[in-house]
Design a binder for this molecule. Structure first.
Ligand SMILES: NC(=O)N[C@@H](CC(=O)O)C(=O)O
Ligand SMILES: [Zn+2]
Ligand SMILES: [Zn+2]
Length: 345
């Protein structure tokens, strides 16, 4: 039996949704995680300080009894975001980051940014006050192949924004390519990158070989195996710039198993068990603490959680429900496709 105790981990990229879905899936995150950066891509999106305060209150009201969990709120950047509202939301501590979705890039991103010149003023305020910009890094031009959209975004959008806004603190969310890993490593400490659990486990074959597997479809879509291996090496390296953002993104089964299936993998339930497996497999179990518990708070300038989480490896495979039943409908839990012997104590 092997056992490892970490400061309680946090999830630096999480979709909690709203209403009956929120109520149903929130315990899956509060079981293991102390805090989460909560994505603002609701319909309608969380754009103003007032929206964020109301959403935060709905999350707090949905918390299971006794849960110790802090939602860290984000604002959805639009071309009409008011810099003064954003500054006040950050300075009051209500908001921990701002999220940039290129319009049309992913689930509920229609209100995102089309013309980056229109958000220049907001980005300058963010650079001044040190508020991180979390970026969904994919271009949306129809002529760019979906497997190239991250690499093209880095070159044509992200790097120019960073050069135009010195000091802006940016998180490359859910990186999926070696290009993302290499770019993160080429920059200073104002740039961080989150990596999901599922992108450490699946490549594009898992989605497409032997029949289409809708529960492995997410955005950015999983890439070739050499990209997955680059993500594994980065996540398990212990380097401060890389930290856990599960991007756990629940959709009901009826919308995943559909002729036009929604993008998103639901990993809140089993992420910590899967990460222990991955890090041990790569001989880097000692770096799980950096990735899941320390690097994120350091980037967000928050203390490391003072309570702990213990993972134990036994001879029996871990069990988790295949689906979480929510008031909105069932949500399938990510299936790694191999047995996992790590359990959360
Ligand atoms: N990752 C996904 O595939 N989906 C996310 C949106 C996102 O994070 O891009 C969602 O909200 O469903
Ligand atoms: Zn995204
Ligand atoms: Zn996401």
């Amino acid at each position: 039996m092997t056992e490892i105790t970490l400061p309680r981990p946090d999830d630096w990229h999480l979709h909690l949704r709203d209403g009956a879905m929120l109520k149903g899936i929130l315990p899956e995150s509060t079981h293991h995680f102390g805090r989460a950066i909560v994505m603002p891509n609701l319909v309608p999106p969380v754009v103003t300080a007032e929206d964020a305060a109301a959403y935060r209150a709905r999350i707090m009201a949905a918390l299971p009894a006794g849960a110790r969990f802090t939602p860290l709120m984000t604002l959805y950047l639009t071309e009409t975001t008011d810099p003064a509202d954003l500054r006040a939301a950050a300075e009051s501590g209500l908001v921990s980051a701002v999220k940039l979705y290129p319009a049309g890039a992913t689930t509920n991103s229609a209100s995102g940014v089309r013309d980056f010149d229109k958000v220049r003023g907001v980005l300058e305020v963010m650079a001044e006050i040190g508020l991180p910009l979390c970026v969904h890094g994919e271009v949306v031009s129809p002529e760019v192949d979906i497997f190239d959209r991250e690499a093209v975004f880095i070159e044509t959008v992200l790097d120019p924004i960073r050069r135009a806004t010195p000091g802006l603190r940016v998180v490359m969310e859910h990186i999926t390519t070696k290009d993302g890993v290499d770019y993160a490593r080429s920059q200073d400490e104002t740039l961080g990158a989150t990596i999901t659990t599922h992108h450490l486990i699946i490549n594009r074959n898992h989605i497409l070989v032997g029949g289409i597997k809708p529960h492995y479809y997410c955005l950015p879509v999983a890439k070739r195996e050499h990209h997955r291996l680059a993500l594994r090496e980065a996540a398990t390296s212990g380097e401060a710039r890389f930290f856990l953002g599960t991007d756990s993104a629940p959709h009901i089964d009826a919308l995943k198993e559909h002729a036009c299936g929604c993008a998103g993998c639901f990993t809140a339930t089993n992420t910590m068990q899967l990460l222990a497996h991955v890090f041990e497999e790569d001989g880097k179990l000692a770096n799980l603490e950096a990735f899941a518990s320390r690097n994120g708070p350091a980037f967000y300038r928050l203390p490391v959680n003072s309570d702990t989480l213990t993972l134990i490896k036994t001879g029996t495979p871990a069990q988790w429900p295949a689906k979480i039943e929510t008031g909105a409908g069932p949500v399938t839990v990510f299936d790694p496709g191999f047995p996992v012997y790590w359990h959360v104590k």
